[in-house]
Design a protein around this ligand. Structure first.
Ligand SMILES: CCCCCCCCCCCCC/C=C/[C@@H](O)[C@H](COP(=O)(O)O)NC(=O)CCCCC
Ligand code: ADP
Ligand code: CA
Length: 515
């Protein structure tokens, strides 16, 4: 009878080892008769799903008649596991000791390293000594052939360092010029793991459904692979940065700028600066131009969530990276609800904005469990461009609060959202929106007129918040690079109860036993 059987997928086993004597007597649920009848034992560690997308490492003890049988089981299981080529065997680990509540080192040593050791993963661990230590080490010093993946312990900023190091290294190894905004970039070969220990942990949360270090460690051990889009950010044909989560001008740029001076407060600096920025209620004038995504990639309000094995992301990969080509500019009046469909047609919108946000993924995090753009996709080659126009304080508060509950933050008259492949922004003071884009089109004159319609005055600029780093330029050009990197993750899973995954047991390749 099925109820009397347990199945364990080989792919969900962490490792097997001979059981220590104390484990046998202490952790075997008090079944001491087994110890007497079968004095030799081995332990199999495996992953078990618990609530809220969290995974735990569980142990089962199997008893044998003799030591030889015991050793044979351990060897056979571990041999089977070593055949799973997707699993990493050697990892390079960077720990930011100052992330979040400064517990990165403790989290790694106490919660993660023991699991890696159970899975027979060898590690080179580097505790960073300054900002950009990990980035520069990856860019120039590491022999990437010597490891199967890179793990960062920290927040989104630490992940961003690793992405910059790996992506830049890959481009320079392939002689690709990152300064060309239309350039097709070469995807990175190595996967990246995130052990969350930061202040926001949005990238970890959006790719695993939680910000739990043990869950992340288990995704790494299982050798999961989740492709992810990366935005490149340029200013006048000069590469500035890459972004994988939030690019935010106005509200989120101002929150970040203020919060950087309060790093000593830890993660709560964002709450303090968030409140202060909200009360300041600053808006910014400028012009946004964007290239909408193809219709088959859905739209930011279609209620299709990006989940493990997402078919929209599959479509995005099939669509490819059509970044260059003839772009026709189409002007849209401020506050116009005119829609432009089809690819290759740019739209330009001028206005006064409280916030301009581009979410390349949902940006779900503990502060906002559905995220800035709940239906954005991890790997479809697009970013959701959210324009929050000037509105009353009360309306803006209502909009912000909707990020924390189930209400639709886009269902407000002053908010619009577009799924785009490229966009650019020019603040009111800037004369040029994007020399690259405009030089290619006959719409150049019209667009320049829009951008310079208001002569420079005393309106200030905000900063861009680029995955938690402040960008020095307000006028930027952004292109999404479909699936440029891969994470040790599998996206957020749909159902996570035992029933929903036992059906996938494949006879013959799994360990089963009777209770
Ligand atoms: C009155 C209630 C207002 C609540 C608003 C909540 C909205 C939260 C949206 C959060 C989106 C987060 C996007 C992720 C950004 C991170 O990359 C960045 C850096 O993270 P880290 O390196 O871990 O520090 N974090 C932020 O920019 C913080 C934004 C917080 C804004 C309140
Ligand atoms: N050893 C270090 N000393 C100071 N800053 C560092 C160090 N290592 C990394 N950083 C920088 O710290 C910043 C914040 O890191 P992050 O891990 O995102 O923490 P948090 O989530 O708390 O912001 C990043 O910009 C990163 O480049
Ligand atoms: Ca995306």
């Amino acid at each position: 009878m099925l109820a009397d059987h347990h199945f364990l997928l080989v792919s969900e086993i962490v490792g097997a080892r001979e059981t220590e004597e104390e484990d046998q007597t202490n952790k075997d649920g008090g079944r001491k008769h087994n110890v007497l009848l079968y004095p030799y034992a081995f332990t199999v560690s495996y992953t078990e799903r618990t609530k809220h997308h969290c995974w735990r490492c569980k142990d089962i003890i199997f008893h044998c008649l003799d030591e030889a049988q015991c050793q044979q089981w351990v060897q056979t299981i571990n041999n089977q596991l070593s055949l799973l080529s997707i699993r990493p065997k050697r990892l390079l680990v960077y720990i930011n000791p100052y992330s979040g509540k400064q517990r990165g080192k403790w989290i790694y040593e106490q919660r993660v390293a023991p699991l890696f050791s159970r899975a027979s993963i060898s590690t080179d661990v580097i505790v960073t000594e300054s900002a950009n230590h990990a980035r520069d080490h990856l860019k120039t010093e590491v022999d990437l052939k010597q490891c199967d993946g890179v793990v960062c312990v920290g927040g989104d900023g630490m992940f961003s360092e690793v992405v910059h190091g790996l992506v830049s290294r890959t481009q320079s190894d392939s002689r690709v010029d990152q300064n060309q905004p239309n350039q097709d970039l070469v995807p990175c070969a190595l996967r990246i793991g995130i052990i969350p220990a930061g202040s926001t942990d949005c990238i970890c949360y959006s790719t695993t459904g939680t910000n739990d270090p043990v869950t992340s460690a288990l995704h790494i051990i299982m050798g999961d692979s989740q492709p992810m889009d990366v935005c490149s950010v340029h200013h006048n044909n000069t590469f500035l940065r890459y972004s994988v989560s939030l690019l935010g001008y106005g509200f989120y740029g101002d929150v970040l700028t203020d919060s950087e001076r309060k790093r000593w407060m830890g993660p709560s600096r964002y709450d303090f600066s968030g409140l202060k920025t909200f009360l300041t209620h600053q808006y910014y004038e400028g012009t946004v131009a964007f290239l909408p995504a193809k219709d088959n990639l859905g739209n930011p309000r279609d209620k299709i969530k990006c989940r493990t094995g997402c078919h929209i992301c599959e479509q995005g990969a099939n669509n490819g990276q059509l970044l260059s080509g003839d772009h026709v500019y189409k002007m849209a009046e401020e506050n116009s609800d005119e829609e432009t469909s089809g690819d290759g047609v740019w739209r330009v919108i001028r206005g006064k904005f409280l916030a301009i946000n581009a979410a390349c993924m949902s940006c779900a995090c503990p502060r906002s469990p559905r995220g800035l753009s709940p239906y954005a996709h991890l790997a479809d080659g697009t970013t959701d461009l959210i324009l929050v126009r000037k509105a009353s304080r009360l309306d803006f508060l209502r909009h912000l609060i909707r990020h924390t509950n189930k209400d639709d933050q886009f269902d407000m008259s002053f908010v619009e959202v577009h799924r785009v492949r490229r966009f650019s922004f020019a603040p009111k003071h800037s004369n040029v929106i994007s020399e690259v884009d405009l030089s290619e089109t006959s719409g150049k004159k019209i667009c320049n007129q829009v951008c310079t319609a208001h002569p420079n005055n005393d309106t200030g600029h905000s900063n861009w918040n680029c995955d938690g780093e402040i960008l020095p330029h307000a006028d930027i050009q952004v292109s999404v690079h479909c699936q440029l990197i891969r994470l040790f993750a599998r996206g957020v899973e749909r159902g996570t109860t035992f029933d929903t995954y036992t059906w996938s047991v494949i006879e013959g390749s799994n360990l089963s036993w009777q209770a």
